[in-house]
Design a protein around this ligand. Structure first.
Ligand SMILES: NC(=O)c1ccc[n+]([C@@H]2O[C@H](COP(=O)([O-])OP(=O)(O)OC[C@H]3O[C@@H](n4cnc5c(N)ncnc54)[C@H](OP(=O)(O)O)[C@@H]3O)[C@@H](O)[C@H]2O)c1
Length: 264
């Protein structure tokens, strides 16, 4: 299959590109910096906030292969901190990278898939896209945006043979933690004393989290599956349980559980 995946310089993107290429697929991966190349992966330079880069990346695959069977929207980053102290520029950047980047790619991928009358779109959301996480509010908002967009898109494109799958990972050990842009204002720590201990606990959960190969294996299964589910949570049992609890508990009870977990 002809596969285009964004953000293959590290973490999920790198592990997934490696696995899919090893399985014999033709894999194109976008990245914005030079990385040690993976065998079988064709690299395309793209900054996902640049519409021109997104257009050109899609066009490169179409020019060389004439089709895109699977598009995996993976590139993303996190901005942490109390929402009151997060800047408007940070809010804009969080949405630009995590949500608008995906929208820009899909704007150019969708016409090709519609013409083919087939295609699979796999978007990496997060458990943070299913519940608003304290001190990760901008990040959660960007992943909720992915969830809402994909829910609508799935209904629109089904008639054209295009499937839309959302993957919600829990905590994984990748470069995501080190790349997080966190509010570091002393005033933010003073006004929200829980911020520091929450951030430490978030970082601990991530750095001791699952390995990206686990997610890559799941994505490989989704790529092969003729009739994939609409969404897949890939996480520890505890994190899957939290999604279940949110669905069944009164909002106030679930908020109390989250507040206790994040040491608020
Ligand atoms: N790790 C977790 O616990 C976790 C949990 C749930 C969801 N996720 C999601 O999984 C996805 C992959 O993250 P990861 O954990 O694998 O983190 P990662 O190792 O930091 O990988 C992120 C990838 O996205 C790329 N990227 C970031 N900003 C970009 C931009 N403006 N333009 C182009 N590429 C950009 C990075 O490129 P550079 O190397 O150039 O920065 C890198 O290739 C993200 O969408 C993230 O939100 C991660």
């Amino acid at each position: 299959m002809i596969i285009l995946i964004t953000g293959v310089s590290s973490g999920f993107g790198r592990a997934t590109a490696q696995k899919l290429a090893a399985e014999g697929h033709t894999v194109y991966g976008t990245c914005r910096r030079n990385v040690e190349p993976l065998p079988g992966v064709k690299y395309i330079k793209a900054e996902v906030t640049s519409e021109e880069d997104c257009r050109a990346a899609v066009q490169t695959v179409l020019d060389e292969q004439g089709r895109i069977d699977v598009f995996i929207n993976n590139a993303g980053m996190g901005i942490g901190g109390p929402l009151e102290f997060s800047t408007i520029e940070q809010a804009r950047r969080q949405m630009d990278v995590n949500w608008l980047g995906m929208v820009q790619f899909l704007h150019y991928v969708l016409p090709a898939m519609r013409a083919q009358k087939s295609g699979k779109i796999i978007c990496i959301s997060s458990i943070g896209g299913l519940m608003g996480l304290p001190f990760q509010g901008l990040y959660s908002a960007s992943k909720f945006a992915i969830e809402g967009y994909c829910e609508a898109l799935r209904l629109e494109v089904k008639q054209h043979g295009i499937k839309v799958v959302v993957v919600e990972p829990g905590d994984f050990a990748t470069s995501f933690t080190a790349s997080r842009d966190s509010v570091s204002d002393a005033a933010a720590y003073e006004a929200y004393p829980a911020y520091e201990r929450s951030l430490k606990s978030i970082e601990h959960d991530e750095t001791t989290g699952l390995k990206p190969d686990v997610l890559a294996a799941r994505i490989s299964k989704i790529v092969r599956c003729r009739n994939p589910r609409q969404s897949y949570i890939v996480s520890t049992l505890e994190q899957r349980l939290s999604v279940f609890l949110k669905a069944i508990l009164p909002g106030r009870w679930f908020s109390a559980i989250l507040a206790s977990y994040y040491k608020l």
